[in-house]
Design a protein around this ligand. Sequence first.
Ligand SMILES: Cc1cc2nc3c(=O)[nH]c(=O)nc-3n(C[C@H](O)[C@H](O)[C@H](O)COP(=O)(O)OP(=O)(O)OC[C@H]3O[C@@H](n4cnc5c(N)ncnc54)[C@H](O)[C@@H]3O)c2cc1C
Length: 264
Amino acid sequence: MYADVHSIERLSPSLLRLEFAGGTLDEFEASPATDAYIKARFLPAGSPLMVPFEDDDVDGVDAEFRPRPRRFTIRRWDPERMVMAIDFVTHGDVGYAGSWAQRAVPGDRLQFTGPGGSYRPDPEVDWHLMVGDESALGAIGASLESLPATARASVFVVVDDREHEIDLPSTADVQTTWLHRRGAVAPEELLRDAVAAAVFPEGRFDVFVHGEAGEVRSVRKHLLADRGVDPDGASISPYWRRRHTDEDWRAIKRQWIAEQAADV
Ligand SMILES: Cc1cc2nc3c(=O)[nH]c(=O)nc-3n(C[C@H](O)[C@H](O)[C@H](O)COP(=O)(O)OP(=O)(O)OC[C@H]3O[C@@H](n4cnc5c(N)ncnc54)[C@H](O)[C@@H]3O)c2cc1C
């Protein structure tokens, strides 16, 4: 599938919301998951390919110019307007996806497959725990938006500083704790430390923890070891790894997950 960039909104110094429309979005089949994601394919600079391309076209192109797959969460799908919103973290001129979003102008095209995804807040629990960094704000935002007014959620998000906080609209009773890397002694432990220090509300809760791999692993270890969370019922997974490109990360992800499973 493919779609055109329709609008661009800066949500924070490092977060851009791109809306996509047109292309083949009329064939898009939405998912009930609030962490639904697409696998988009970004073309390196100088690639002779143009969206839309076929797999056969890719085979004929030098490896350095082949599309790079990256996963991105669907922040919102509007079936009436047939518009899809994605919140992209921009993290400098490195990589393919963030820098593409940074340069994007209306009319630019993105090719993708999907959606995948599996989490949706469980309506049977007493409250919801959501933890992540900027890359998880799309899923956390969509999850909060899906909650009824009677629901309750505790949210922990790590960002650079106050300027990077964004609105997370919801009719539910939501307590959001923003953590700031800037000035922190151990920024990579902020999420874990905040979750560990929190007094959890009474009752049963479900768990959504996504973001940087090391941070997710630390939070997971705490939740399983100290809070009795059952890993089978929890949505916990690393989206990206610091100092690793997505290609490097995918190459070690299976091993990482196996090691993480042995933590607790
Ligand atoms: C299911 C799923 C859903 C995701 N949803 C989103 C989403 O909605 N929005 C989003 O922005 N990301 C999302 N991600 C994460 C995104 O796919 C990765 O961050 C990806 O690596 C970005 O690709 P890139 O080409 O910009 O950088 P890469 O080429 O992969 O990496 C280049 C450098 O940038 C660093 N880097 C990568 N991501 C970040 C980051 N977020 N912050 C700081 N440094 C970074 C890398 O460690 C590396 O050093 C999701 C990932 C998964 C698996």
